[in-house]
Design a protein around this ligand. Structure first.
Ligand code: ZN
Length: 793
């Protein structure tokens, strides 16, 4: 009974999986948008829904109660505490806001006026494909509204600026709690991020306004702030740390670091203080007043299970998901990092200050002296206190590098603290998505292990476990899933850390096995064959691309990293472990200009990317071709027809029919000579077993014998050969056909990979598909017949 049930369950699962594969493959051959939609749906299907919310031990378990609970929770979060740490400071700053408001109100000043071109430019940059706002408006309405709409919008925004007021309906937000995942408890509000969707009209006004003021903001922003800056990848904030660790190691110093956790700071930003910082950064007049008005009478409502709550006032915090928020948040914390730098508190590489890399609200403090680090921590916590946001003492961690003592000893000896609370010293920490481990200076053992785990989970979630191909998913599709979803997770941020040769080999083995697995090839199949059939590059090539693209970005930018590059390249010897020296070596490997040259004459983003792609693709395809040529098992694969980025026509022509894919799997196995025949058995047993064909007993059963000689399979073979004859001969003529028929190796070539023949180019796409269909059926039928004959013996 139980077994019966399990069997049915398995069948049902298999059917479901097959219909999913079918959908994915159909979408894959059609439009990309549907393809990604299906994948997203598949990936989200495991998500649980919240049916009970717990706040302060009180349970809320109906949609209406949960909505109300959320509303109260967010109202509390949006209300400043009644007893600030420093009442005097608070009153003073609040008073400053009122004074500024008063002074600027009476200032006579030229009105800001936008022309329609500016508005249209901002409209074109708006993201599409999002849900409509509470008024039923989406970005698409503006985008496709034509000039008339743009004109009306220009007038509306100019009017708002003229009166220095933001209409209430522009700023009324809708809050959706978004579950953070990562195994956090689903019923606690702390596991959620508050995302506020602003009205589309308001968003447009914000982005028009930000466009106007952004140049001023970038001028005052600390060069170590790496979050939300156009053209700067957030992982850049990880590079100063990588470089500082290496530098300290090469100088024989111990390095002390603190990862400061202020993750809820976004939600509690103090408006009056924020507006003061904005004024100090050079934004005044009308522009300041508009911002002041945004943060006056700001309110939101919670949307839960389709219904809206009553609205609540937002008296503090900047909205996550709003256009100005990142910029103003950076201004808010800017004085802290500026102050540390100006007082020269923190680590320097040569004369380049790298003591306070920051990515949005992620602050890292670096120093080579413990007491200096403690001073930096005290400054930071003091700043947080006066600005009324909270630093989590439990989540803020200390890491110590290049030390012969382990962190237990450090925990006993050196007490870093915030106020009276001691901070914990740890061995590993995940900083902006990159695992760091202080036990090894190159700190990569943990990261590679974790990455492989994630990559495995991602691929199982997408494609199911076990073999593919035979399961019904065309390797072409698996390969696309692999490069779109698995590879980015595998390589995220790895361009910034220095991987050891061992790490790279672990990545390489994983990728080799994966690409073989999706093609249903055994592990002993040739690596070059597995890559060339799918048109893929080895993982190291992809990693090198990422490193060189990052280096190009650094060369183009006026940044701390650029200063570091100049310093390290001119002072470090070629044995240094510096990231920049490594980048230089990689450039040389591909015969690209050396790092100093790239720094002097950086190329545009597009040109650089194309150059790197060309060099790396050429280098690795040459390498794969050479390897493939040296393998006797790949003698029937036409290497000239293999190209990076192009999937072999055997897989391509198999389409989405399950049976066709199954047949193609056998053909590919034979093409790579991994289909097990008696000859192989004999070889593996060191001659213990016979190599004589068990079917006809007339000779050694190797690939040639099986495909074109064995008399026991003649009846099957002839059916397909005559089919081939009718398709091919009208195109290539009888002379060419006879030429094939008199040579066994030419016949095998025709069956396994006909693209090697000179006449291949006269075939049309349709003919090629026909030939593929006949030959893969031939391979499969031979296999089937062989199995049947063997069983009857
Ligand atoms: Zn035989």
């Amino acid at each position: 009974m139980k077994r019966e049930l399990r069997k049915l369950q398995r069948q049902l699962n298999a059917e479901e999986r097959h219909s999913l594969y079918q959908n994915i493959m159909d979408a894959h051959s059609g439009d990309n948008a549907t393809f990604y939609k299906i994948i997203r749906r598949q990936r989200q299907s495991g998500k649980r829904l919240l049916d009970c919310l717990i706040i302060d031990d009180v349970h809320f378990d109906t949609p209406d109660l949960i909505r109300e609970a959320w509303t109260n929770y967010f109202t509390d979060l949006s209300t400043p505490s009644e007893k600030p740490q420093n009442q005097q400071y608070r009153s003073q700053v609040e008073l400053d806001r009122i004074l500024l408001q008063d002074i600027l109100e009476h200032e006579d000043e030229k009105t800001i006026e936008f022309d329609i071109g500016t508005i249209q430019k901002c409209i074109s940059k708006m993201k599409t494909g999002k849900a409509t706002d509470q008024f039923g408006i989406s970005a698409e309405h503006f985008k496709y509204g034509g000039e008339k709409t743009a004109k009306i919008l220009t007038n509306l925004i100019n009017e708002a600026f003229k009166f220095k007021r933001v209409p209430q309906c522009f700023k009324e937000g809708i809050v959706s709690p978004l579950f953070k995942g990562h195994g956090k408890p689903i019923c606690l509000p702390k596991s959620y991020r508050r995302i506020t969707v602003s009205p589309v009209m308001g968003k447009l006004m914000e982005s028009v306004h930000l466009c106007l003021e952004e140049p001023k903001l970038l001028k005052v922003q600390s060069r170590l702030q790496r979050g939300f800056t156009a053209g700067v990848n957030p992982t850049f904030a990880a590079l100063p740390l990588t470089e500082a660790i290496i530098e300290a190691k090469e100088l024989g110093q111990t390095l002390f670091t603190t990862f400061v956790d202020a993750s809820s700071a976004f939600d509690v930003v103090w408006h009056a203080s924020l507006l003061k910082s904005i004024f100090k950064s050079g934004i005044s007049g009308q522009s300041w007043q508009i911002l002041n008005d945004w943060y006056t009478n700001m309110s939101s409502a919670v949307r839960w299970e389709g219904k809206l709550s009553t609205s609540f006032a937002e008296l503090q915090g900047v909205r996550q998901g709003s256009v100005w928020s990142p910029s103003v948040y950076k201004l808010f914390v800017n004085p802290l990092i500026k102050k540390l730098e100006s007082e020269s508190l923190g680590f320097k590489i040569g004369n380049v200050f790298v003591g306070t890399p920051m990515c949005a609200d992620d602050l890292l403090l670096i120093s080579s002296k413990p007491d200096e680090l403690q001073t930096m921590i005290s400054y930071t916590s003091h700043f947080a206190e006066t600005e009324e946001y909270n630093i989590s003492k439990e989540k803020t961690k200390v890491m110590i590098w290049n030390s012969s003592l382990n962190c237990n000893l450090w925990n006993q000896m050196e007490k870093f603290h915030i106020g009276s609370e001691t901070l914990e010293t740890v061995e590993n920490y995940k900083h902006i998505g990159i695992d760091r481990d202080s036990r090894e200076v190159e700190a990569t053992r943990t990261i590679i292990g974790n990455r492989l785990k994630t990559a495995r989970q991602t691929s199982y979630a997408l494609m199911g476990s076990g073999l593919h191909g035979l399961n019904g998913l065309n390797p072409e599709v698996s390969c696309k899933l692999w490069s779109t979803y698995v590879v980015p997770r595998l390589l995220f941020g790895l361009e910034i850390v220095n991987l050891s040769a061992k790490d790279i080999s672990r990545l390489d083995i994983f990728c080799n096995n994966f690409l073989k697995q999706i093609q249903n090839l055994p592990a002993r199949a040739s690596n070059a064959g597995a890559y060339l059939l799918l048109g893929q590059l080895p993982i190291i090539a992809l990693l090198h691309k990422k490193i060189l693209i990052t280096f190009g970005t650094i060369a183009r930018s006026d940044s701390v990293e650029n200063d570091l590059a100049k310093r390290q390249l001119s002072t470090k010897g070629k044995n240094s472990k510096s990231w920049f020296i490594r980048a230089d070596k990689i450039l040389k490997q591909y015969n690209l200009p050396c790092a100093s040259e790239v720094l002097l004459k950086p190329e545009t983003k597009y040109k650089w990317k194309m150059k790197i792609k060309k060099c790396i693709d050429n280098f690795w395809s040459e390498k794969l071709f050479t390897e493939a040529k040296s393998k006797p098992s790949l003698r029937y694969l036409n290497i000239k027809n293999c190209k990076i980025g192009v999937v072999n026509s055997i897989w391509k022509s198999a389409g989405s029919e399950q049976m066709c894919i199954r047949k193609a799997c056998y053909k590919i196995k034979m093409l790579l000579d991994t289909y097990i025949l008696q000859y192989h058995r004999s070889k593996f047993s060191n001659g213990q077993k016979t190599s004589i064909c068990p079917l006809c007993e007339e000779g050694t059963e190797h690939l040639e014998h099986f495909l074109v000689v064995c008399s026991a399979l003649t009846s099957i073979r002839d059916i397909f050969i005559s089919k081939l004859y009718t398709v091919v001969v009208p195109k290539i003529g009888t002379v060419a056909w006879t030429d094939i028929c008199v040579s066994n190796s030419k016949m095998i070539q025709l069956i396994l990979d006909c693209s090697r023949f000179e006449w291949y180019h006269v075939l049309e796409k349709n003919d090629i598909n026909l030939v593929e269909s006949i030959t893969r059926s031939l391979c499969y039928s031979l296999h089937e017949k062989r199995s049947v004959l063997l069983e009857s013996k």
